[in-house]
Design a protein. Structure first.
Length: 245
């Protein structure tokens, strides 16, 4: 009973923190757009799409994958990865599924609500192609988030503690709701699309709803990043000698 109470308190404390951060972001951007009509071609309804999409992608990732992926680094430290490697199944798949975080579901629902609100405020009515493309881009964003997390967790085979690196990655993805116009020049946009794929967390999917059919050209990138993460994990496991060395 004490454990359940502790979990419930932690759950609602986390939910309160997520909602507070979301409200702070909306108030921050609203204070800007009440003074200017647009920033770099992005209006207030556009930013609502960004905020909502970023929350939606992060919520789905947190709900389905975040707690599972972290088992890689903890397994390397504790030795529990040894037991996992004995299972007759794909190791990365075992480290991807299993646990579900309902707090992420709430985050995703809030994000989707903001997306619909942004569409209403902006007066957009996406057609079937734009809606399907948006869904595919959101799925791609979740896969990019998953693959990026796996690449960071793979560093646990080299470093004892990757907490700081993981926190740095989370900090970068925290800027997903910012319009891509804040990144000056094509070179920086490519950096934040490919090497530090922050733009995948909101800008590319939101562009699909705004009529940017050209973003469809990026749909293969998430699959490529997943493949890279699989290669990285496979390479790391070759030199793994269990927790005991």
């Amino acid at each position: 009973m004490r454990g359940w109470r502790s979990y419930r308190a932690s759950f609602w404390l986390g939910v309160t923190g997520d909602v507070t951060w979301l409200l702070f972001s909306m108030v921050f951007f609203d204070s800007i757009y009440t003074r200017v009509g647009e920033v770099g071609g992005w209006r207030w309804p556009d930013v609502l799409l960004l905020i909502g999409t970023a929350q939606l992608i992060e919520g789905v990732y947190s709900m389905l994958f975040a707690r599972n992926v972290k088992r890689l680094s903890s397994g390397v430290r504790s030795g529990s990865l040894d037991r996992l490697l004995l299972y007759p199944a794909d190791t990365q798949l075992l480290l991807t599924v299993g646990r579900v975080d309902l707090r992420g579901l709430l985050t995703a629902v809030l994000g989707l609500t903001i997306v619909f609100y942004g569409l209403r405020v902006g007066g957009w009515r996406p057609d079937a192609f734009q809606a399907v493309l948006y869904v595919l881009m959101v799925v791609g964003g979740v896969l990019v988030r998953l693959a990026s997390a796996f690449l960071i967790e793979t560093l646990s085979f080299v470093f004892v503690d990757i907490g700081v690196i993981r926190a740095l990655q989370d900090e970068f993805f925290g800027y997903a709701a910012y319009p891509q116009s804040v990144y000056p020049g094509l070179a920086w946009k490519l950096v934040f699309t490919i090497f530090i794929p922050v733009l995948w967390m909101a800008n590319l999917p939101a562009s699909a709803l705004r009529g940017g059919a050209g973003v469809a050209a990026w749909l293969l990138f998430p699959l490529l990043l997943i493949l890279i993460s699989r290669v990285a994990l496979s390479f790391a496991l070759r030199g793994y000698q269990s927790a005991g060395g």
